[in-house]
Design a protein around this ligand. Structure first.
Ligand code: AHG
Ligand code: MN
Ligand code: MN
Length: 334
């Protein structure tokens, strides 16, 4: 069976008809190049401790996170690789305050890539799981192309992530289902291992940072309390699974069902704030989950109906099985 597995490039070539024709070539080139970079990141992560690449680079990024050496290194190699494709009009990166404009990819059908080069980087120094999250958006010929990513986030051409775990897994959707690939570390190829992923309508686990319980919306508190309340006949209590890396957490619920939540901090009810960033964490994950039959909500709104107004805008997110997300929204309405 192994030698019959198709590569990511073959899969992309086979799916071009499902992509918007004007963008299909650019999407395929960019996703292939992101896969190549992922294989480089995967190797670097495996050797980071040996190369003194762990730890902080000093300073904080625009959203106030302390920046790790690998955050900046990841940003640099992703930007360099995307520039070489000649198909990218701009990159919106967690590690850069403003979009990195790329004149090589300008044009009426240029593509803007929104990216979180290293997601979950607080796990790096403890050999935890991290990832890379990406979203490809039409630049509509805008120059500079950066502002093209502002607006409705439902217009994504493709989105996905790489999870650097025991296996290195790449999951993507270009609007024609969600598909998973596993890196063959010998050849450097990503091979199809999870075709047409379907998220179970209901799961048995939930993921959330319960340390923040006091800051949650009352509906969020009631929903988690409900999941924890024993009711064997209805599959409760749920089990808590939380890695602290969005890619690792969401990947579990994509495959096994259940719900990941990073709800708003309601400490100031007049100014609820999310933690996760819309353009390069929340919107791409929402695209991937919906394409797999799951759902993604802020608690009160469908994520893919949101409008981006800033590059590093933060929003709340509840994402995973359709039934659990719908039930959570119900608790928010009560
Ligand atoms: P990043 O490392 O790119 O800043 O992302 C970290 C995010 C996300 O990966 C994860 O779900 C969340 O931070 C965890 O936040 P807490 O540590 O507050 O639980
Ligand atoms: Mn992140
Ligand atoms: Mn990051």
């Amino acid at each position: 069976m192994a030698d019959e597995r198709i590569t990511l490039s073959e899969h992309l070539a086979g799916r071009r008809s499902a992509m918007a024709p004007a963008y299909a070539g650019g999407v395929a080139v960019i996703l292939s190049r992101l896969a190549d970079v992922a294989a480089v990141i995967e190797r670097e992560l495996a050797h980071a401790a040996l190369r003194d690449q762990l730890g902080y680079a000093g300073g904080t990024n625009l959203t106030g996170d302390q920046v790790k050496k690998l955050d900046l290194w990841g940003h640099d190699i992703v930007v360099a690789a995307l520039r070489k494709t000649g198909a990218v009009a701009a990159v919106v990166s967690e590690e850069a305050p403003e979009p990195v404009e790329m004149y090589e990819g300008k044009g009426p059908h240029g593509i803007v890539v929104c990216i979180d080069p290293v997601d979950g980087s607080s796990n790096l120094d403890v050999n935890g799981i991290v990832g890379t999250i990406f979203s490809l958006r039409p630049s509509r010929g805008l120059d500079p192309a950066g502002p093209a990513v502002l607006g409705p986030v439902g217009d994504q051409l493709a989105a996905g992530y790489v999870m650097y775990g025991p296996a290195c897994t790449l999951v993507y959707s270009a609007g024609d289902g969600t598909h998973g690939f596993t890196l063959d570390r010998e050849t450097g190829e990503f091979l199809l291992t999870h075709p047409e992923i379907r998220t179970p309508r209901r799961g048995k686990t939930y993921g959330i940072n319960e340390g923040n319980v006091r800051s949650w919306h009352p509906g969020q508190q009631a929903f988690v309390q409900f999941l924890r309340t024993p009711d064997k006949a209805n599959g409760r209590p749920y089990s808590l699974r939380y890695v602290g890396s969005m890619v690792a957490d969401v990947h579990r619920f994509l495959l096994a069902g259940g719900i990941f939540m990073y709800p708003a901090d309601m400490s100031d009810p007049a100014r609820p704030t999310g933690k996760l960033r819309l353009l390069y964490e929340v919107a791409p994950m929402a695209f991937v989950l919906e394409q797999a039959g799951g759902r993604a909500s802020t608690g009160t709104e469908r994520v893919l109906d949101l409008v981006a107004t800033e590059y590093h805008q933060r929003v709340p997110i509840l994402i995973g099985s359709a039934d659990e997300v719908a039930l959570a929204e119900d608790f928010y309405r009560r």
